[in-house]
Design a protein around this ligand. Structure first.
Ligand code: DAH
Length: 344
């Protein structure tokens, strides 16, 4: 029996050595190593081998299989090299033809804006603090001083999970409490952080609203932080982001977690304040919400509001990108359409 296997091996290797083209090579493979090939057949015969010889037999057939497989792969390479050499010699391969251009990978427009924001805020002394995407509604709302019946708590706006009170954060503001807990050392240390991240809202997807988007939150806590610090910081940010001559204005507004609260506008950088389609002919673009951290929020983060004060702001990187490039449909950001992404 071993002799038979030996014969098959010699015969197979001799046949292989004489093969010079791809088709013959495949025929050889089917004959010896295929589903219904000779090696398979030998393996199938194992039942008919006397019990005491079965182990040796099996081993021999397996060795044969390994040997033939390796020989095949080696010969396949040789043939491919020979074919290439032949093509080069006969001029079938024109190595002077230009190659296929490949697009190098690029960063997503939101990633680019975020990195620009990190850089600016880092230069201004703000550290990045990453807070969680999946939040407790206590952090997302209650500790941020949302009254119990505030409309933002509505099921319409929030993605709930199957776990009780666990939601996807609707804004990055809960990170304010998380940062105070993690960095405040029981309300005894100043803080200066930015909190970037994805937010989620259960909304109708339209050209102006998406169910997911980034926000970049800012938080500064110290002993003598005043509204003028907030205004100066935001104005400096706008100059670094939009150019030395960028003008900002603050409009009184309302957020539960800040008091007083303000909306920040920057003079429209598309038309220079003249009025255009992008700024809806107002000359101003809204870029952030902001305010002085509400005493209740300071308290909920472990700080004594009679000693400590702070400011906070929240901005939308997609919105900024949208304005910067005059993009009119926010759905472009997560549609994964290369025609859009390649433009950046
Ligand atoms: N969390 C607010 C929102 O999602 C944005 C915001 C407004 C954040 C004012 C702040 C702030 O930190 O001070 O609309």
């Amino acid at each position: 029996m071993a002799e038979n296997i030996q014969n098959i091996q010699s015969e197979a290797l001799a046949a292989l050595a004489s093969i010079t083209d791809k088709n013959a090579l495949q025929t050889w493979r089917t004959k010896y190593l295929g589903q219904k090939g000779i090696v398979r057949d030998l393996l199938n015969q194992i039942g008919g081998i006397p019990a005491e010889a079965r182990k040796d037999y099996g081993q021999n057939v397996n060795n044969l299989k390994t040997l033939l497989t390796e020989a095949f792969e080696k010969h396949e390479q040789t043939i491919a090299q020979q074919a290439l050499a032949r093509d080069l010699e006969e001029g079938e391969l024109d190595i002077t033809l230009p190659g296929y251009p490949r697009q190098p990978g690029k960063l997503h427009p939101s990633t680019r804006t975020l990195r620009q924001l990190y850089e600016i805020w880092a230069e201004m002394g703000f550290q990045v603090f990453h807070s969680r995407d999946v939040e407790h509604d206590d952090y997302n709302f209650t500790r941020l001083n949302f009254p119990p019946d505030h409309p933002a708590r509505d099921m319409q706006d929030t993605f709930y999970t199957t776990e009780k009170n666990i939601i996807l954060r609707t804004h990055t503001s809960p990170g304010q409490i998380r940062a105070m807990e993690a960095l405040g050392d029981g309300g005894s240390k100043p803080i200066r952080v930015i909190l970037p991240g994805m937010c989620y809202r259960y909304e109708q997807i339209t050209p102006r609203s998406e169910i997911q988007f980034h926000q970049l939150e800012g938080l500064a806590i110290g002993r003598n932080i005043r509204m003028s610090d907030l205004k100066g910081t935001i104005a400096e940010f706008a100059r670094r982001m939009f150019g030395q001559h960028a003008q900002v204005r603050f409009r009184a507004s309302y957020f539960p977690f800040t008091e007083p609260s303000m909306e920040v506008d920057v003079e429209c950088f598309v038309c220079g304040g003249q009025g255009c389609r992008i700024c809806k002919y107002s000359g101003w673009l809204e870029i952030a919400g902001s305010g002085m951290v509400h005493p209740n929020v300071l308290r909920n983060g472990g700080y004594d509001p009679t000693v400590w004060s702070g400011f906070a702001f929240g901005m939308g990187p997609e919105r900024m990108t949208l304005l910067k490039y005059a993009i009119d449909d926010i759905r472009n950001f997560w549609a994964n359409d290369l025609r859009f992404l390649e433009q950046f």
